[in-house]
Design a protein around this ligand. Structure first.
Ligand SMILES: C[S@@+](CC[C@H](N)C(=O)[O-])C[C@H]1O[C@@H](n2cnc3c(N)ncnc32)[C@H](O)[C@@H]1O
Length: 242
């Protein structure tokens, strides 16, 4: 009797996931189950978070410039932020997307090649299926060439060496005066530090310090709280002189 209740409950959850949860969330969840430390979240960023993350791409009317932008996105996932950027590209923009998960990268490639976006005109969009920390070297990308770098990489789930590699990649990618926008879930780092012990806890603290030290070199900082996200998150915008 008890067993059949469990089976029924499991089947109910599965059918809920199949019919109610959007397919994008299902793919995200599937990849999270396969690689929890690389995905770092169970659901994609909310539209509110995506809007805030992309403020330097989307709000260009307030900046008196007609010069095309070079935009870099790392950790694009199922493409929620990507879609927002694609909709706001201007002629001559260059938009590079880096995603280490090959299945997600394939989905992103079909998204940028779809009629809806490829008809957008003369912006150049490319998807790179590799780790962000090695992408510049692998593809011979010029140093300091991006006006805007947007990352949703789960630093708090990464080993220290990978975080260092990613921060270096951000520094080397940004053009002088460029902006880096990134997210950090509101309570997650503190909860994780409280509930982990020994080497894992030390690693988390080191990661936090590494990111803080890096951010301290910025010439401008803005921190925006986004409540309507799962979990609620901070979006940081940092400007570097280089
Ligand atoms: C928290 S998810 C964010 C996905 C999406 N941008 C969003 O906001 O919903 C992090 C993404 O970073 C990707 N990722 C993890 N490590 C990476 C790395 N070293 N280089 C590039 N992408 C990476 C994961 O595969 C995952 O898709």
């Amino acid at each position: 009797m008890k067993k059949s209740v469990y089976v029924f409950a499991l089947l109910s959850v599965l059918s809920f996931c199949c019919f109610v949860v959007p397919s994008e969330w299902q793919l995200f969840l599937k990849e999270f189950v396969k690689h929890p430390h690389e995905i770092g979240s169970v659901v994609p960023s909310s539209p509110y978070t995506c809007r805030e993350l992309t403020r330097y791409v989307c709000n260009r009317d307030s900046v008196v410039t007609t010069t095309p932008y070079h935009i870099l996105e790392a950790g694009a996932g199922t493409g929620v932020v990507t879609r927002q950027i694609l909709q706001n590209l201007r002629p001559g923009d260059v938009y590079d997307i880096v995603e280490s998960d090959s299945e997600l990268a394939a989905k992103l490639t079909s998204m940028v090649e779809s009629e809806e976006y490829s008809a957008k005109g003369s912006a150049r969009v490319r998807v790179y299926a590799c780790g962000f920390e090695k992408f510049r070297d692998l593809y011979n990308i010029q140093k300091h060439s991006y006006n805007v770098v947007i990352t949703t990489l789960p630093f708090n789930a990464f080993p220290l060496l990978l975080v260092q590699g990613c921060l270096l990649a951000i520094r080397d990618s940004l053009a002088p005066g460029g902006h880096w926008s990134y997210i950090e879930y509101r309570w997650l780092p503190d909860i994780k530090t409280t509930f982990t012990w020994g080497a894992s806890c030390d690693c988390l603290k080191l990661v936090k310090k590494e990111v803080q030290d890096f951010c301290a070199t910025a010439i401008e900082k803005k921190k925006v709280f986004v409540l309507r996200n799962v979990p609620p998150t901070y979006v940081y915008h940092l400007k570097f002189s280089n």
